[in-house]
Design a protein around this ligand. Structure first.
Ligand code: ADP
Ligand code: ZN
Length: 430
């Protein structure tokens, strides 16, 4: 099932022609309207008519988080203010939020892309989407909301938190799909278990869209197992609409990036040079279809790779592998480079452990991993707990090469955030 079959299955050559035409338009427009790009293009010695092939994108300047912040609030706006329909901001996970503008057409186009994603996962009229993302400035909830309505689903704008009410809504309105962060999905699974709700018996859930935070395949499986559903990885960033940038199809193997809307590059984050297809690097996107705030070569800081093989679903837009974290997330502990994702993968693979965890760094590189026990394995017997702590610490050492202290916590005792989870507390005195 396709939402826009012609564009979703457009042969690669036609897709590239469309991209080139749109790229030229975008460069011409920002060169005419945005002082930052006027300056950057001049510094790079690029004139608008220099862009003759897609390979010429490498001559264009990057846009960085610093550019977005320095030009806050409206320095990158490419339209007159009275043509802006909506303001969003990023979550601000890694600093001051960025302001993002949408024209009326941008709002509609973002919804189109979401509709493509939802139909791609087999959703349609008759599905009931419970949207548990934060409504407000964050793109995650509203963009999904409009797209799901466009695709003909019924939307419950539940927002995050209040797990008892979430379960009530799911039961009373026969929710078939929910949209949330991996951390909240895991929390809700624990809550549901404690409340004695059996998803397979009591709920009508079929699917979930899981996004906004990096998560591992093990976490996906844990969510799927707890609710008896298919969980699809949903990727987006506020600079490029929010959700709906790349999404898994029913194959659940890589996320299709909508290449008619975004020009995709993967670069080496250290040198800025392109990496060969299939190799991991930083995702860089140029928006090809945004009016209010088009961006050239926006550096996402997210690490991924292109899956070059065609997808059996028939869509020609290339797939990205699961985001393995942000370049900014990398921790250096006792000289070893590691990502919180690696720790998560290990923890989610241990059945006795629950779903909530925290990485605490203190002093001179002391690392403590605090993790909740699964409700079923919480018998409070000290000798069992000690043995489990030792086993988990050993497993972590094998994965990250540093042996942390492991502290087990009772189910439901570690902090839960309403928006994106905060997994790392770094209080080192380095
Ligand atoms: P921020 O969190 O940086 O303030 P946003 O609210 O725009 O900004 O969130 C976008 C970021 O969230 C992405 O750059 C990425 O790091 C993360 N993200 C979103 N979806 C996913 C996903 N499915 N997998 C991994 N990371 C994701
Ligand atoms: Zn596919």
């Amino acid at each position: 099932m396709y939402w826009q079959p012609d564009i979703e299955t457009l042969p690669a050559k036609s897709l590239q022609e469309l991209q080139l035409q749109r790229l030229c338009e975008v460069v011409a427009r920002v060169a005419a309207t945005v002082p930052l790009y006027q300056r950057k293009l001049a510094e790079a010695g690029v004139r608008t008519d220099d862009i003759r092939s897609l390979a010429d994108v490498h001559r264009l300047p990057f846009t960085t988080n610093a550019d977005l912040r320095e030009n806050y609030p409206a320095g990158l706006l490419a339209l007159p203010r009275n043509e802006v329909a909506r303001l969003h901001t990023s979550s601000g996970t890694t600093g001051k939020p960025k302001a993002l503008f949408f024209s009326r057409r941008d709002v509609d186009q973002a919804a189109e892309l979401i509709a493509r994603c939802l139909v791609m996962t087999g959703c349609s009229h008759g599905d009931v989407l419970q949207n548990m993302m934060t409504y407000g400035l964050f793109t995650g909830a509203l963009v999904m909301h409009y797209g799901a309505e466009k695709a003909g689903l019924m939307v419950i704008p539940a927002g995050p938190g209040n797990s008892e009410r979430q379960l009530m809504l799911m039961q009373d309105f026969r929710t078939t799909v929910f949209h949330t962060t991996p951390s909240y999905a895991l929390y809700l699974a624990d809550f549901m278990e404690k409340a004695g709700v059996d998803a397979r018996r009591d709920l009508a859930l079929r699917k979930a869209f899981i996004g906004a935070e990096a998560h591992s395949e093990e976490t996906r499986r844990k969510i799927e197992g707890a609710f008896g559903i298919d969980a699809y990885n949903s990727y987006g960033l506020s600079e490029t609409n929010g959700p709906g940038v790349a999404f898994e199809c029913e194959q659940k193997h890589g996320m299709h990036l909508w290449e008619d809307n975004f020009l995709l590059e993967i670069i080496d984050p250290a040198t800025g040079e392109p990496v060969p297809d299939g190799e991991r690097g930083e995702l860089v996107l140029t928006t090809l279809n945004r009016e209010a705030m088009p961006l050239l070569r926006n550096r996402s800081r997210d690490l991924t790779a292109v899956i070059p093989e065609p997808c059996p679903c028939g869509r020609t837009h290339r797939r990205l592998t699961r985001i393995t974290g942000r370049a900014d997330d990398m921790l250096v502990v006792r000289g070893v480079n590691l990502y919180p994702q690696q720790i998560e993968r290990v923890l989610m693979g241990v059945p006795e452990l629950g779903r909530n965890y925290l990485i605490h760094l203190r002093g001179l590189d002391e690392m403590t991993v605090k993790v909740e026990l699964a409700p079923a394995s919480f018998d409070g017997r000290a000798e069992n707990l000690l043995r489990l702590e030792g086993r988990v610490a050993e497993k972590l050492r094998a994965e990250i090469l540093v042996k942390p202290r492991v502290e087990l916590a009772a189910p439901g005792t570690l902090p839960v955030s309403e928006g994106k989870a905060r997994r790392v507390i770094d209080e080192r005195v380095l």
